[in-house]
Design a protein. Structure first.
Length: 103
């Protein structure tokens, strides 16, 4: 069984930083970056769970929901990953998005 703890930690850290960020930071792009990440993580999970299925896009639930969206998408992806390389790639995506978001 692959250890997905690093992904869970990275996602939770990013989400915590978003929750602590001022509204102005969220409006300046942090929330949009988080939504892009949540959509990507969700898409990856869907491709693993249902390779031939039509992927569904995570809706934009607003800037104050962005932290919850990356948490849900990240933890969903962690459940279906099967290799350390997949976990490392997902952690890299989260860290890059967090840096772009500026939180």
């Amino acid at each position: 069984m692959v250890d997905t703890t690093p992904l869970a930690r990275a996602v939770d850290h990013f989400a915590d930083r978003l929750r602590a960020a001022p509204q102005s930071r969220l409006q300046r792009g942090a929330a949009a970056e988080a939504l892009r990440l949540a959509r990507e993580l969700s898409l990856r999970a869907q491709r693993i769970e249902d390779p031939g299925g039509e992927p569904r896009e995570m809706p934009d639930a607003g800037m104050f929901a962005a932290a919850d969206q990356i948490t849900v998408a990240g933890h969903d992806l962690a459940v279906v990953l099967t290799t350390d390389a997949e976990v490392e790639e997902a952690v890299r995506l989260v860290e890059e998005a967090r840096k772009r978001a500026g939180v």
